[in-house]
Design a protein around this ligand. Structure first.
Ligand code: FAD
Length: 387
């Protein structure tokens, strides 16, 4: 596996174990069928509990049965999962960073005991409802409302593009609490079996096909006071979750790029044209040198993010830079790798085009490339380009 600057030589024994376990899981359990899942638009749901048993959800958090590993181990896990498919990493990102994390960070003791063990071991599936049909890059404009009644809240609104919503047991729904001054955004734990909740599946995706995506409709859905996350108010609730998930994405996409590169390299050594392997042509070697350099730069950013996160110095703008850069790398590398495979490259027999299509989603979700560009721009200039 490409590790040109030998960054993985510095991993601890525990981190190497985590990496190897995830790599084995992907080779044995994911790669054989993932092309079929992608074609059919299905997620391998049978793997959800096993991923839990292996500690793939929120591996960097502890207590309540969670693994309590370090940040680099978390990153390595995301990298290996996304080498299988971005859909698999998305499942783990949502479950870990967008559902377990907010309950762990902002939940009551009762909420933690109710949900964290079940979400951690994959008995329960969660989803994160922030995006709305009219509010994507600008989630603060959300229209979903929570109105106070005697001992709870009544939720109305709709969320869309929600990973896992059709298979979720619980949704972390972000809504404006109209009973408080300024209608602050608050997080609500909504069981998907509650009256008034619908979770229609979005079927016509050309990207991230091996991932279940849907809507969340909320029509006079009642939840109790005990279902409100007590520890956070305002947009910092959802945004702090997104910083966690984007850290994982910055690592994950390196796995997709690396997998596409490895597929293309093997193919170029095996495929013969004009009396020998295409890998001997200078034009092809140039592509491999460029891909390897780009992947190595992405690896360096990912490893550095983990160091900063581990010592408590990670800023969300650092994560914006790595998410933006590493997704761009994955977008370029998967396309070049596809090209090396010629006609065979457009099939699901090989990984590059599947990864390439997935990356179009990753380029857009968790803050588009444009939005992260403006976040970095605002940090450097001190001037916000948008509110
Ligand atoms: P828009 O915000 O409408 O953007 C359209 C274009 O305008 C983009 O190119 C954007 O960069 C550009 N643009 C917008 N504002 C500016 C600006 N100020 N300056 C310059 N350009 C700008 N959301 C969830 O809440 N939970 C999930 O689990 C989830 N999973 C997803 C899974 C998939 C497969 C997909 C595709 C999306 C998912 N999303 C999820 C939603 C995702 O986060 C949004 O699609 C994303 O935030 C972009 O919003 P939008 O699609 O409404 O695009």
């Amino acid at each position: 596996m490409l590790d040109y600057l030998e960054l993985e030589d510095d991993l601890t024994g525990e981190e190497k174990l985590v990496r190897d376990e995830a790599r084995r899981f992907v080779e044995e359990q994911v790669k054989p069928d993932i092309g079929d899942h992608f074609e059919q638009g299905t997620f391998p749901t049978d793997l959800i509990p096993e991923m839990g048993e292996l500690g793939f959800y929120a591996p960097n958090l502890d207590g309540y049965g969670l693994p309590g590993l370090g940040e680099r181990a978390y990153g390595l896990l995301m990298q290996e999962l996304e080498a299988g498919d971005s859909g698999l990493r998305s499942m783990a990102s949502v479950q870990g960073s967008l559902v377990i994390y907010p309950i762990h960070a902002f939940g009551s003791e009762a909420q933690k005991e109710r949900w964290l063990p079940a979400l951690g071991n994959g008995e329960a599936v969660g989803c994160f409802g922030l995006t709305e049909p009219q509010h994507g890059s600008n989630p603060a404009g959300m229209e979903t409302r929570a109105e106070k009644d005697a001992d709870g809240y009544v939720l109305n609104g709709s969320k869309t593009w929600i990973t896992n919503s059709p298979i979720a047991d619980v949704a972390v729904v972000w809504a404006r609490d109209t009973s408080a001054d300024g209608s602050p955004v608050r997080g609500f734990l909504v069981g998907t079996d509650r009256d008034g909740v619908t979770t229609n599946k979005i079927d016509d995706k050309l990207s991230m096909r091996a991932s279940v995506t849907g809507e969340i409709g909320l029509d006079d859905v009642w939840v109790s006071e005990d279902d409100v996350l007590p520890g956070v108010e305002g947009m910092k609730g959802p945004l702090s979750c997104l910083t966690q998930a984007r850290f994982g994405i910055s690592w994950g996409v390196v796995g997709a790029a690396r997998d596409a590169f490895e597929d293309a390299l093997q193919y170029a050594k095996d495929r013969e044209q004009f009396g020998g392997p295409i890998a001997r042509f200078q034009l092809q070697q140039g592509k491999f040198a460029e891909m390897a350099t780009q992947i190595t730069n992405a690896q360096l950013q990912a490893h550095r993010l983990a160091e900063l996160k581990e010592r408590g110095d990670l800023r969300h703008q650092h994560v914006s830079m790595a998410k933006r850069h590493n997704v761009r790398v994955a977008r370029d590398v998967t396309r070049t790798a596809r090209e090396v495979l010629g006609g065979n490259g457009i099939t699901t027999d090989y990984s590059p085009m599947r990864h390439m299509e997935n990356i179009e989603t990753v380029y857009t979700y968790e803050g588009t490339d444009d939005i992260h560009t403006l976040v970095i721009g605002a940090d450097l200039t001190g001037i916000e380009a948008f509110e």
